[in-house]
Design a binder for this molecule. Sequence first.
Ligand code: MTE
Length: 347
Amino acid sequence: MLIKKPSDIKPSEITPESVYRNRRQFMADTGALAIGAIAAGGLPGLAIAQDGDALKARAPVSLSRSAPAAWWEPKFANIKPAPDSGPFYTGEALTPYEDVTRYNNFYEFGMDKGDPSSNSGRFEVDPWSIEIAGECGRPGTYTLEDILKPHDLEERIYRLRCVEAWSMVIPWIGFPLADLLKRFEPTSRARYVEFQTAVDRDTMPGVRSPFSIIDWPYQEGLRIDEAMNELAFMAVGLYGNYLPPQNGAPIRLVVPWKYGFKSIKSIVRINFVEEQPNTSWNDLQANEYGFYANVNPNVHHPRWRQDTERRLPHTLFSRPIIDTRLFNGYGEQVAHLYEGMDLARYY
Ligand code: MTE
């Protein structure tokens, strides 16, 4: 993985959490999280009340192509807010929407941090389906509506720590991965879960690039007990909105105690398997990117240290550096998964 200079980041202030929280309260009070407007041309769009600087300041990312059919709207009208304490809440300043949606890794759309937001405008997410395969009782191809139907949406505020040593704090919208996986009745032979991203040469310039370094599709995996952990999350939105394409629309994984590359975007296949699956970065450079990829300040990347991280946003005058925590600060929830394992060997 490469470290790029974040030249696309504009100076901006960290959104005070009180501003964002006030907005959420306002939306809850007025029912304003309801998403009702239909954008010009008949595509579903978003009507979002703005009561604070957080949303007023945010970048005008076009959501028309990432906003799927109307059946999403009632789901987004009824999001359970993040709690005020516990693992689904960090107590830290949120990374502004502009940085979350403009400083991205999504190699299918290019390798620079600004490429995914610049190049994903033609990416289509409606219709969308996910193939469920392998060691489970209910394999098949399910529409996104089928996938989402039984799940209530909730907000979770998580830290995201990239292996490149930058980090963000993001308010995701989604539902627990475990709740989804259980519906397909994994068998006792399902020891791992493999995930794949869509591949579309037409709309993904990174996929058709001759300089592409990844063997597409982008692929990731978790051990089944990791996948069933309460923190593992399927995100369909952020900051109260649908996911923009550059963040993995219409549905992605978020695994907050692992380096960001495990949080695979735009998922089209979930496969229950017996053996540890191949994963894209591990295939590419196994001595640098492990299968486990747990955030660990004591195990350094061969080319850079991992005990500190740059918290976004950066400004011209400030690049906040903070200490990296084991399991990204989620040890209480996940350390038991790795008891007795040598984390330097299983990195
Ligand atoms: N998923 C796919 N399909 N392709 C990618 O290039 N990059 C990963 C991960 N998921 C990636 C991906 C990496 S390296 C990181 S750090 C996170 O997405 C970044 O997520 P974000 O852009 O929403 O912050």
